[in-house]
Ligand binder design. Sequence first.
Ligand SMILES: NC(=O)c1ccc[n+]([C@@H]2O[C@H](COP(=O)([O-])OP(=O)(O)OC[C@H]3O[C@@H](n4cnc5c(N)ncnc54)[C@H](OP(=O)(O)O)[C@@H]3O)[C@@H](O)[C@H]2O)c1
Length: 339
Amino acid sequence: MDRLWNVAVVGATGAVGNEMLRILEERDFPLQKLHLLASERSEGDFLEFRGKEIPVEKLSADSFVGIDVAFFSAGGECSRDFCPIAVAAGAVCIDNSGAWGTDPDVPLVVPEVNPDEIAGFARKRIIANPNCLSTQMVVALKPLHDYARIRRIVVSTYQSVSGAGQKGIDELRVQTGELLNGRPGDCKVFPHQIAFNCLPHIDAFLESGETLEERKLAEETRKVLGDPDVGVTATAVRVPVFYGAGESINIETERKITIDKARELLTGAPGVELVDRPAAEDYPMPLDAAGQDLVCVGRIREDMTIENGLNLWTCADNIRKGSATNAVQIAEILVGKYL
Ligand SMILES: NC(=O)c1ccc[n+]([C@@H]2O[C@H](COP(=O)([O-])OP(=O)(O)OC[C@H]3O[C@@H](n4cnc5c(N)ncnc54)[C@H](OP(=O)(O)O)[C@@H]3O)[C@@H](O)[C@H]2O)c1
């Protein structure tokens, strides 16, 4: 019989952790025992998995005894503190928090793009899941990069409130209701009103004027594509949408890619769905991309202002392919090939 694995989900009660349970179930991960971990706020709660109620335990230094694979989705501080503890107990960590993504000894993996990097888990026994927007972008750009070598990317993101976790979803829902009833809505999660608004501000501002989210998107894109020479400049925007993310992407390539060639390269590319029939008003939208695992690509058109330029628009589910699904895909390759 194939081996079954003991798995821990840290942050199981959160937006990503909760989805992780659904994905492990949907993909029938070869799982023996599942440990659900969160903060003391959730201790004693139960979450459903494969028809059974599983208790949520408080994360502690003893949580990882006997665990083979630990998924972390509980913020950067938690990952920085507890991944080494989980590793010392014998687990391999797959981290969603961004805490380890730029560590040169930690592979940053999108299975459709650089699955062989998973072998590098042996260095620190940690594998990083990229930021959801990096994953979405590299899945769409990998076939174009392989064909025509991308020199420069200009990207603007349209990120839903679920990217800020369950509390972000709650803030948009409550604020919208309050405002529609003529009452001012509270702003606790986002720095300004998010309902009926857009905020060009995700994560902290750096001295350069860019935000950490924008910096991460650039660095992670280069690392996953395995090409330090690709220029990436990003603007990350929070929009009043619950689930899914959009990216307006402009690329400059070494070799020309016509619209037809781009469509041909993207048709059937791993993890990609081409949704590009403008005459039928058919293009990717967050509403359609949410709840599934493909990166939808459309609005492909040439950028006439440069010699080899292309514009495209992508949408994906930030919590599924952007986070939980990608992490489970990594785990499938890890246990199938390397453990
Ligand atoms: N949402 C996205 O689209 C997305 C995409 C990619 C990556 N991520 C990353 O995934 C992580 C989780 O995001 P999320 O959106 O799921 O957030 P969330 O909905 O706020 O959930 C946070 C989870 O972390 C747990 N937690 C918080 N502090 C903890 C602590 N000190 N010890 C143990 N557990 C703790 C929470 O437990 P309680 O319920 O007990 O408080 C909850 O289960 C973050 O690092 C985020 O950057 C999110």
